[in-house]
Structures are given as structure tokens and as C-alpha cells.
Design a binder for this molecule. Structure first.
Ligand SMILES: [Cu+2]
Length: 120
């Protein structure tokens, strides 16, 4: 009896992480677009597959001149899956890298990097 309970518990422990993988906040869409080229950008808008915790979700932006100052990020009103970070000043032309770290409402961490270009 005791050993079968252990077996069930052990198999659940393996099964759960796989099921929860579907619940992580993955980046579905971004503005500026992933790999895209834009004339300018005043904010970074990230659309995730599930709600994120704004307090623990972080975005950084690096461009031709190094780190770009960003304002405080927040989730869109009425849609916690959209995280918006204002860009403090106009972006010079060049290649930019966005790095994001998200904590979804189920407390799981995800992160990723993508690039976009501001055309001259
Ligand atoms: Cu998750």
C-alpha cells in the first residue's frame, strides 16, 4: 500500500512539470516586431501567452549607443498578458536588442531576447 502511494506520487512529480510548461508566459508578439524594422518606437509592447506579474517582469533595451533608458513597465489595463515599457527618448537608427524576463501569474519564470532595427 505504502509503496504504491510512493509510485503514484513519483509519477505525478514527473507529469506535472510537463503539463505546466503550457502555462508559462511565452512571448507571442512584440512591437517593434521580432526581427522587424521600424521608423521609430516610443514603447516596447510585449504580448505574452498568459498574464504576467508587472512587479517581477523586466525588460532591457540595448542599442548602438549601449543601454537605452526605459520607463517603468506596466501591464495593459484590462489585459495582464500585455506588458508595455515606455522608451524614454527617441531612438537613433541602428540595431537594437530587447531582453525580457517575465514572471507569469503562476510564478513561473521565462525569458528571451530579440532584435529589431530602427531605420535611418
Ligand atoms: Cu507556467
Amino acid at each position: 500500500m505504502r509503496s504504491s502511494i510512493f509510485k503514484i506520487a513519483a509519477s505525478l512529480a514527473f507529469a506535472l512539470p510537463a503539463a505546466q510548461a503550457f502555462a508559462h508566459a511565452q512571448l507571442e508578439k512584440a512591437t517593434p516586431p521580432v526581427g522587424g524594422t521600424v521608423a521609430s518606437a516610443s514603447e516596447i509592447r510585449l504580448e505574452f501567452s498568459e498574464g504576467v506579474e508587472p512587479k517581477f517582469t523586466k525588460v532591457s533595451l540595448t542599442g548602438p549607443g549601449g543601454a537605452v533608458p526605459l520607463g517603468a513597465g506596466k501591464t495593459e489595463s484590462g489585459n495582464q498578458a500585455v506588458f508595455i515599457v515606455p522608451i524614454a527618448k527617441a531612438l537613433a537608427a541602428g540595431a537594437y536588442t530587447v531582453h525580457w524576463q517575465a514572471v507569469s501569474v503562476d510564478t513561473h519564470h521565462t525569458q528571451g531576447t530579440f532584435e529589431f532595427t530602427v531605420k535611418p
